[in-house]
Design a protein around this ligand. Structure first.
Ligand SMILES: Cc1cc2nc3c(=O)[nH]c(=O)nc-3n(C[C@H](O)[C@H](O)[C@H](O)COP(=O)(O)OP(=O)(O)OC[C@H]3O[C@@H](n4cnc5c(N)ncnc54)[C@H](O)[C@@H]3O)c2cc1C
Length: 603
């Protein structure tokens, strides 16, 4: 069936911080840019970011990008690529000052410089003590950032397609990416949006878990689309549990609370992080803090009638500071935990927050795959022509096995900007005309839509989505065991069968939210499979991937923390086709400085 085609220089899918930062470079360079988004741009999940954006400005204590680089490598448990990490940390001050000049309303110090607070894993002098590096706009930094970037895009005449959902990648026989198929939700019409370059900025997929700090729209659509188009997903076993989700609600309490002096306590009132991380204490990286909390709960020192959470204490920092630096947290504590944070402690529990893995890219945002798929460990990367990815959906990889707080907002603007610049240059050497779109380019999308609506019996998308979430929650938690992971693979494959059987009973065209939900489940399941299969294969502990069986290095006496660099210092690549895994090496070579050699992680 022929469908309408619209043509642009660049199609950007996603209007969060990364998509908008890239789109700004493109529009300002005079390219025709379409930005697609499922929701109004300023409702993208970036708006929910609270604590800050990391940059070694050194406004409040001595700091420089070398320390930031070291902290990020160590935070990543040596799985991050050191060239990309150097690139990001060096660019950080520049992109933050640029945001300031765009009008982003940062908090200020008395001398007029940008206010910075300490954050988990960020230290001075290579791990010596916490350093204030998170540039903050109260506890609404993402809100300030996203609105600033949106306004700049309006000024640059970026064309927005709001409430449009991208459905599948368009590729030709040579494998070049030629755009996307997309659904206009208001009319139910499906179109080809053809482009010389397609950039994915679709954000994370935290909604594969039942308890999550993520927005409901974070269903991993970009990852699903890439996986279905034959592109592998990198490092999908690594999911960050944020230490402080409100117990029972999942809503996030920023790490900035601990940056401002907040303390975690167990049922005895003990500041237990002093035992686990004597130097950084409550400001150790998130994987470390989440596991310590889990340990306290498992050993019976949890709080509440079920002893299933711990307490976050800010009662000692004073109401004035709370209202000035953490006003939203005060509100969240009241609304979701019914406590007055200036007088009572907030019940918190580790909650799924961020995916470290994603679509593999280089520092220019270009999507890369192994040059020789039969020898990925040695062949190096090859660029997928016409395809870029930035932000949480991508894996460049700066976060490795564990992201440091504030490094995501930073990643969005550094790589959004870098990808924008690279595309502006690349497009100059493109022919004036677009490549020919194969006649059957949209067939897979149409078959998918047809499947939902022609199934005359079957399940609700919602029930299948719930099954995915329950399976992930049960089998890929803070602490994993080899047995739960192996069973998780079997279970998620069973749920995948059910996805084929989803029926959309509502035939309407206009704002058919049941159809949108069913289309999202097609993406959730790819991300869930990638996560389970990659996690079951990695027989070690690294960063956020903590498996009891290897925790104390039982099988690896050389690696007391369970990390096995000899066999596992490599990235996983998961292919949807055949549910296949492959691996590629970690880049331990930075751009200009010396490598940070692997060592055991203590804080
Ligand atoms: C509660 C919370 C607090 C956080 N706090 C911080 C913090 O203080 N500091 C920090 O560094 N990080 C923080 N993070 C992480 C950080 O905010 C996110 O990683 C980041 O904002 C993701 O940005 P993004 O541009 O990749 O995607 P998002 O902002 O998630 O935007 C994704 C965009 O893609 C669009 N989209 C998705 N699928 C489709 C589709 N199929 N078709 C069309 N459009 C689509 C959406 O509509 C949206 O516009 C926080 C995260 C959360 C959840």
């Amino acid at each position: 069936m022929a469908i309408l085609t619209k043509k642009f220089d660049v199609v950007v899918v996603g209007a969060g911080g990364s998509g908008l930062r890239a789109a700004l470079q493109l529009s300002e360079a005079g390219l025709s840019v379409a930005v697609l988004t499922k929701v109004f741009p300023t409702r993208s999940h970036t708006v929910a970011a609270q604590g800050g954006i990391g940059a070694s400005l050194g406004n409040m204590a001595e700091d420089n990008w070398h320390y930031h680089f070291y902290d990020t490598v160590k935070g990543s448990d040596w799985l991050g690529d050191q060239d990309a990490i150097e690139f990001m940390c060096r660019e950080a001050p520049k992109v933050v000052y640029e945001l300031e000049h765009f009008g982003m309303p940062f908090d200020r110090n008395p001398d007029g410089t940008i206010y910075q607070r300490p954050f988990g894993g960020h230290s001075a002098n290579y791990g010596e003590k916490p350093v204030p590096r998170a540039c903050a706009a109260a506890d609404r930094t993402g809100h300030a950032l996203l609105h600033t970037l949106y306004q700049r895009n309006v000024r640059a005449n970026t064309q927005f397609f709001v409430e449009w959902m991208a459905l599948d990648l368009l590729r030709d026989e040579e494998g070049d990416v030629l755009g996307v198929t997309a659904l206009e939700m208001e009319t139910g019409e499906v179109m080809n949006l053809q482009a010389k370059i397609t950039l994915f900025a679709t954000g994370g997929a935290g909604r594969i878990f039942a308890a999550s700090t993520n927005a409901f729209i974070n269903t991993g659509d970009g990852l699903g689309m890439a996986a279905r188009a034959g592109i592998p997903l990198e490092d999908m076993e690594f999911w960050q549990f944020h230490p402080t989700g409100v117990a029972g609600a999942g809503v996030l309490i920023t790490e900035g609370v601990r940056g401002e002096g907040g303390i975690l306590r167990n049922c005895n009132g003990e500041r237990f992080m002093e035992r686990y991380a004597p130097t950084l204490k409550d400001l150790a990286p998130r994987d470390f803090v989440s596991r310590s909390m889990d340990q306290e709960i498992k050993e019976g020192r949890g709080c509440g009638p079920n002893k299933d959470h711990v307490m976050l204490d800010v009662t000692h920092i004073g109401k004035e500071t709370i209202m000035k630096r953490l006003p939203s947290i005060f509100e969240i504590a009241k609304k979701f935990a019914n406590v007055d944070a200036s007088k009572e402690m907030i019940p918190v529990v580790p909650t799924i927050h961020y995916q470290m893995g994603g679509i593999p890219t280089n520092v220019h945002g270009q999507v890369v795959v192994p040059a020789d798929p039969s020898n990925a460990m040695e062949s190096g990367n090859k660029v997928v022509k016409g395809f870029y990815a930035v932000g949480e959906c991508s894996c460049v990889s700066v976060h490795g096995a564990n992201r440091l707080g504030t490094n995501s907002l930073l990643d969005l603007v550094v790589f959004g900007r870098a990808a924008g610049n690279h595309i502006v240059e690349a497009i100059k050497s493109f022919p004036v005309d677009h490549k020919v779109l194969p006649k059957d380019a949209a067939d897979k999308t149409l078959a998918r839509l047809n499947r939902f609506q022609s199934n005359t019996s079957g399940e609700n998308a919602q029930d299948v989505a719930d099954a995915i979430r329950a399976t992930m929650q049960q089998h890929a938690a803070v602490f994993r065991t080899q047995d739960t992971l192996n069973k998780g693979v079997t279970e998620i494959m069973k749920v995948a069968q059910r996805v084929n059987n989803i029926q959309v009973k509502d035939p309407s065209k206009v704002f058919n939210t049941a159809l949108v939900e069913a289309l999202e489940v097609d993406n959730l399941i790819e991300v869930a499979k990638a996560t389970m299969v990659s996690a079951a294969a990695r027989t070690e502990c690294r960063g956020a991937h903590a498996v009891y069986d290897y925790e104390h290095g039982a099988d690896h006496p050389d690696f007391p923390l369970g990390r096995n660099d000899k066999e596992w210092m490599k990235h996983t690549l998961w292919y949807a086709e055949g549910n296949r895994l492959d691996y590629k090496p970690v880049n331990l070579k930075p751009l200009t400085v010396d490598t940070v050699p692997p060592k055991p992680r203590t804080f």
